[in-house]
Design a protein around this ligand. Structure first.
Ligand code: G4P
Length: 535
């Protein structure tokens, strides 16, 4: 390969930053994402982005925006350029569409931004998503949002993050007041104050003022009371706080924390700048032959999400893959490792879920969507010819909602089984059977309840079978980590515990509540239960 050409793809890969935003619904993920795009020059929203209605409107407008500005927008990834970086924001579906895909998306990210509502602290969905980030050991950056509203004490918030999530924190800036009394933030690295002035929604340039901490203006700018409080806080932070050790950040053991207000666009650009400086280009990934360097000429990728088309007119599926090394070029022939054959990625390569768009080239760190005639599975590896290896698989995560699946028309048993298995294989649902019986009873587990509706709709629409779901009261399912040499039948259970197995025959236990799970662990010393399965 010519030297110049090689330099160019190297540069392209090194400027990639691929991350996911995790949060509990309503913490401000959409708003923050919009502001990021604003800085990337991707959208130019005149006036303000006030409420959800406007926000959602903006989301649906992204298609149009993409055409106008040449950015790539999809339900799966947003790509834009800022400050010499090419940024990929992976969408982690939330709200009603929270599903296993939300977890899987995190498998494709190199870091995560955790948005926390300053008045609510660490919430349920954040905890779930955080656990997946921990599993990956990726850097996690915290944005404490909505400081323009009455917020919890910042020290309490930090304590909560540390105690609930078990990650150390290091504030990069520090808030002065909150709500109507939000005066701004103290930038710890530069020892200066950025003041906050309300009512500047949506503007690119926020009307802020930056003054040195020692400037005599500080006293009247933030008020005497806040000034002395700030000096006390700084002493406490500098004295007892954790230093910003970048090695710990990279290992996902320390989270840099930023305070701001996405809605009023305060602290967003500062965050973005620090974040881009602190994050790394695409990370090397583990494969069965060792670690694969992203900055290598050889293309490789893995499938992390398969999206079935619910529209009958377009039965095809889209396999979303994360490029892990090298450069992708439209039409290239690659090895599909798990399928054991070569495939030509010449079908419409798209970054868009709704709109077809051919991608001519993409680099390590990018996400591409590829037409899938039904050959790919979650976790599959693709490599450029000559290279043969498989990336570490994507774990299966514990579903939280369960139902018994009943087929209404027993004549269509074959269709029914085909449909259920196919949908399970795509990763939209998980199916379980009684531990020691045949295929008679099928228990379906999903991470988000919407998947139940999707299942019913698809079985009916695509496979022409009518089924009924009888909800089951279980809330927890666990794989048995030390299953080898263990007699599952002999586990001392509680009256409500159920033994099941997954499609691969792995034994699992179902529990109604965490108390029951605790009891079983107490009664069976040595039993190791896991929230995810790697095989
Ligand atoms: P999400 O994607 O995490 O679910 O949150 P989203 O950005 O949609 O924000 C949820 C609500 O919080 C939105 O209000 C949004 O305008 C508001 N919000 C986001 N960031 C901030 C912030 O920094 N300060 C304040 N004060 N509000 C913020 P909404 O949908 O209009 O809800 P509502 O408040 O009208 O009920």
């Amino acid at each position: 390969m010519a030297f110049k050409q090689q330099e160019s793809w190297k540069n392209e890969i090194e400027k990639r930053r691929t991350f996911a935003i995790i949060s509990h619904p309503d913490a401000g993920k959409t708003t923050l994402t919009e502001k990021f795009l604003l800085y990337g020059g991707a959208i130019n929203l005149a006036g303000s982005v006030k409420g959800k209605k406007t926000a959602k409107h903006a989301v649906s407008d992204w298609m149009e925006i993409e055409k106008q500005r040449g950015i790539s927008v999809t339900s799966s990834v947003l790509q834009f350029n800022y400050g010499g970086f090419c940024i990929n924001i992976l969408d982690t579906p939330g709200h009603q569409d929270f599903s296993e895909d939300t977890y899987r998306t995190l498998m494709a990210a190199d870091s995560a931004v955790m948005v926390i509502d300053a008045s609510k602290g660490v919430e349920a969905q954040t905890i779930k998503l955080f656990k997946v980030c921990l599993l990956r050991q990726i850097p996690i950056f915290t944005f404490v949002n909505k400081m323009d509203r009455d917020a919890n004490d910042p020290f309490d918030l930090m304590d909560e993050i540390e105690s609930v999530l078990g990650i150390a924190t290091c504030p990069v800036n520090w808030p002065i007041g909150s709500g109507r009394e939000f005066k701004g933030v103290y930038e710890r690295d530069r020892k200066c104050i950025t003041t906050f002035t309300a009512a500047m929604n949506g503007q690119r340039e926020v009307d802020t003022k930056e003054v040195d901490l020692n400037d005599p203006q500080v006293n009247w700018l933030i008020g005497e009371g806040y000034h002395s409080q700030l000096l006390e806080d700084i002493e406490l932070l500098d004295g007892a706080g954790q230093e910003l050790d970048m090695e710990l950040v990279r290992q996902g053991k320390l989270s840099p924390v930023f305070f701001g207000s996405a809605l009023t666009n305060f602290g967003v650009e500062t965050f973005l700048k620090h974040f881009l400086k602190m994050t790394t280009p695409p990370l090397p990934r583990k494969a069965d032959i060792g670690i694969i360097d992203p900055v290598s000429p050889d293309f490789s990728a893995f499938v992390f999400k398969i999206q079935a088309n619910m529209n009958k007119a377009h039965r095809d599926r889209i396999a979303f893959m994360r490029i892990c090394s090298g450069k992708f070029e439209a039409g290239m022939e690659v090895n599909h490792i798990q399928g054991g054959r070569k495939v030509k990625l010449s079908q419409p390569q798209q970054l868009m879920a709704q709109e077809r768009k051919i991608v001519e080239e993409a680099y390590a760190g990018d996400i591409i969507g590829v037409f899938d005639p039904g050959i790919f599975s979650i976790g599959d590896t693709l490599t450029s010819s000559g290279q043969k290896f498989a990336y570490e698989g994507i774990p299966t995560f514990a579903p939280e909602h369960f139902a018994r699946l009943r087929q209404m028309d027993t004549m269509k048993r074959k269709q029914f089984l085909k449909g259920v298995n196919q949908i399970a294989q795509e990763g939209a649902i998980q199916i379980f059977q009684e531990f020691n019986t045949g295929m008679e009873e099928i228990i379906v587990g999903v991470v988000g309840v919407l998947q139940f509706d999707v299942l019913l709709f698809r079985l009916n629409n695509e496979y022409n079978v009518e089924v009924k779901l009888d909800p089951l009261p279980y809330e927890h399912i666990r794989w048995i980590a030390n299953k080898d040499g263990l007699d599952v039948e002999k586990i001392q259970g509680t009256s409500d515990m159920k033994r099941v197995k997954d499609l691969k025959g792995n034994p699992l236990l179902l529990f109604i509540n965490s108390w029951s799970m605790g009891m079983v662990l107490d009664r069976n010393p040595g039993l190791v239960l896991e929230e995810f399965s790697r095989n």
